[in-house]
Write a protein of this length. Structure first.
Ligand code: NDP
Ligand code: 2IT
Length: 446
């Protein structure tokens, strides 16, 4: 490892003990940025790298709620307000039993650079709770969301901090959170994104992350004169991002052969077509069932406790969670002929897996670039809320496509190596950094 990165990481680890995912995210960025900062000493003198790795503010709070049996339950709520140099804090809320400070800090840190890449004026944040929505009734989820917002409302606002969805937070949860915010503040504002279409939401926001990651894949493939047409695609997850990635890949002529949840994955060699995707959406969004039921319904194979990367494919889209592709998975993907990875999830590949992809010089689109379409469309929802005028589906989709193209261009600008290989990791990290760093310098030592 570069001794400068090593020294910087020793400081990060000492200041943030035990926060492994945060260390991982910061190290990847430091590896891209430290050489760039050496060439641009103004960033070094202003200690921008040290400053962006320190959250502007962290709020941690108790979330008590009553379950359906009348028993008191206690969860922990968080909001990491990471950076506000280029706009109000912006980023999702995650509800999952694994949520802890280190995970949310990694997500907030990635969000700062991602939001900058979108070209829209948004700072970076992330929040959530260790609450597990699985197996809870709608009423329990509502009571949790109301309690969570009863504390969070003091720290957010449409010009301050605008949360949205992430794992475990979709339209249902945003509705409950929005209702409680409005009640507490007596204000109808765009304080959350991912809202329902009848009450301030944007068309295409539900689709945006999966569509965006597919548009990004299409851009990457185009650099090699290739396209999604005829490609066999392995997708992990079966939630929001996975569903709409499956839809768009299929629309572009690709064949999605896998879908997964935390229990296992299904392999459908004929491809998950529109009708089968409808089944998944009903299963996951309404019945809240397990992906195993797909195998039973369509008579395909189900792999309990396994991830989709053992299936031969041309392209992989990890759309579930962090560190879901390890070195062994990455090597197998390459061996099986995978030429493109577009990350719908945040940091789904371990550092060792990323190294395998970069050494093989495949088209590797890291999450902060490839999945930025979600937050970008949240930014478009904020614009529509400010104007109090909604845009059509076509208008939003066209803007999303333009944004994904521009993110790709930024990655090419900052990530193209001497031999012509585009290192999208460096491209996204440096491209996202420059705007934030310049804004921080302009605003002084704050
Ligand atoms: P959902 O909650 O809608 O779906 C998550 C999916 O991933 C489910 O299939 C879930 O399975 C699976 N999953 C979650 N945690 C794990 C785990 N620890 N191990 C295995 N599988 C897991 O979330 P989203 O689709 O919104 O989010 C997916 C990823 O995309 C996350 O990394 C998120 O940060 C990222 N992302 C989301 C954006 C958005 O707009 N929603 C924007 C940008 C990135 P199960 O049902 O069994 O839990
Ligand atoms: O990781 C992400 O970019 C999100 N979960 C979406 C954040 C947002 O504010 O729309």
């Amino acid at each position: 490892m570069d001794p400068r990165v090593q020294q910087f990481m020793a400081m990060i680890k000492a200041r943030n003990p035990g926060e492994n995912e945060f260390h991982q995210a910061v190290q990847e960025v430091a590896e891209s940025l430290i050489p760039f900062i050496e060439e641009n000493p103004k960033y070094k003198h202003a200690k921008i790298l040290e400053r962006i790795a320190e959250p502007e503010r962290i709020i941690i709070f108790r979330v008590p709620w009553l379950d359906d049996k009348g028993e008191v339950q206690i969860n922990r709520g968080y909001r990491i307000q990471m950076n506000s140099a280029i706009g109000p804090y912006k980023g999702g809320l995650r509800l999952h039993p694994t949520v802890n400070l280190g995970i949310l800090k990694f997500l907030a840190f990635e969000q700062v650079l991602k939001n900058s890449l979108t070209t829209l004026p948004m700072g970076g944040a992330k929040g959530g709770s260790d609450f597990d929505p699985k197996g809870k009734s709608d009423n329990e989820v509502m009571r949790f969301c109301q309690s969570f917002m009863s504390e969070l409302f003091r720290y957010i606002g449409n010009d301050t901090d605008v949360p949205a969805g992430d794992i475990g937070v979709g339209g249902r949860e945003i509705g409950y959170l929005f209702g409680q915010y409005k009640r507490l503040k007596n204000e109808f504002t765009g304080v959350l994104t991912g809202k329902g279409i009848e009450w301030g939401g944007s068309l295409i926001r539900p689709e945006a992350t999966g569509y965006g990651a597919t548009y990004f894949a299409q851009e990457m493939l185009a650099t090699r004169g290739d396209s999604l047409k005829g490609k066999i695609v392995c997708i992990s997850g079966s939630g929001n991002v996975a569903q709409y990635a499956t839809e768009k890949v299929t629309e572009f002529g690709g064949k999605v052969v896998t879908s997964s949840d935390s229990n296992g994955f299904i392999y459908d060699p004929k491809g998950i077509d529109a009708e089968k995707l409808k089944f998944i959406m009903e299963l996951k969004n309404v019945k809240r069932g397990r992906i195993k039921e797909y195998a039973e319904k369509y008579g395909v194979e189900y792999f309990e406790g396994k991830r989709p990367w053992i299936i031969k494919c041309d392209m992989a889209m990890p759309n579930a969670t962090q560190n879901e592709i390890n070195e062994t998975d990455a090597k197998l993907l390459i061996k099986n002929g995978c030429i493109c990875v577009s990350e719908g999830a945040n940091m789904p590949s371990t550092p060792e897996a990323v190294e395998v992809f970069l050494n093989a010089q495949i088209l590797y689109g890291p999450g902060k670039a490839a999945n930025a379409g979600g937050v970008a469309t949240s930014g478009l929802e904020m614009t529509q809320n400010s104007m109090r005028l909604p845009w059509s589906r076509e208008e939003v989709d066209e803007k999303l496509q333009t944004i994904m193209k521009n993110i790709h261009k930024t990655c090419v600008k900052y990530g193209t190596k001497e031999n012509g290989f585009i290192n999208y990791v460096d491209g996204a990290n440096i491209g996202g950094f420059v705007k934030v760093a310049n804004a921080m310098i302009a605003q002084g030592v704050v």
